[in-house]
Design a protein around this ligand. Sequence first.
Ligand code: F6P
Length: 320
Amino acid sequence: MKRIGLLTSGGDAPGMNACIRAVVRTALYFGMEVYGIERGYQGLIDDEMIPMEMRSVSDIVQRGGTKLRTARCLEMLTKEGQKKAVKTLETRGIEGLVVIGGDGSFRGAKCLSEEYGIPTIGIPGTIDNDLEYTDYTLGFDTAVNTCIDVINKLRDTMTSHERISVVEVMGRRCGDIALYAGIASGAEIIVVPEVVFDLDDIVMKINRSRANGKHSNIIVVAEGVCTAEDFAKQLQSVTTYSVRPTTIGHIQRGGSPSMADRMLAAQFGNKAVRLLNDGIGNRVVGIRKNEIIDMDIIEAVSMKKKFNYELYETLQMISM
Ligand code: F6P
């Protein structure tokens, strides 16, 4: 393969830049040309791309966001949009494509490989950690660390005022950010879409913790359940402790990637280009049991994310 394209798509995630660097540098190592496609699939449809050289990816390993910028492209869901994207690739002589993005981006990649025969490799880049085939997605670790940092600060003020903090985290329909951030920050309660919550039970736990000498409580609510505001209102109507809502929001999506995300970025990017260099397409890369893996893109997108109930129980056992 002589020329490949690279794009980032969907919500950005810390580590995308480090991954762009790994893809470009590995491709150059193999003597390939790389085109950086701007604004995700939209840039592919509109033929907006730049040749990437060794120095195009200098000084970005530590930066959040994505140098190529990104978009959620509805046009790519239409036949017309897909045909335009394929035409761009043909005109530019691009023989293989690397797509860094989440679930929705993989569906575009699947379509390009399955229906149009373009060798495509998907790299899981999303803070949500909502893809079943990989233990971790790129950006998840940094996002969770950001949440932990915010929750640490909230704990200080909540304890001073003996309040309850309701913290809303992202994750779309997946509770992983809430689960990991909750365990790692010592939150007493997490509320996730995968487990139906019972307000009476939550109040009972709060009262018990206060009777046992606690001066504050942290409840992490995943956005897939409801907003922090709504949850705090409901809770305030049934408790005498003062409740305060906080939404972390897009702060979770930015910032310098953690060591774990930089390592994933290097390995995912490198693996994706190695596959293309071996003439292999239509795969996604991931990590399972600490090993970098690849698997069929169609199989990967059809897998349903499983929630880790054991970790959820762990939180119940150690949080009070
Ligand atoms: O998929 C990443 C994510 O941050 C989700 O957690 C969140 O629901 C969504 O994107 C927010 O999207 P936007 O940035 O378009 O508001």
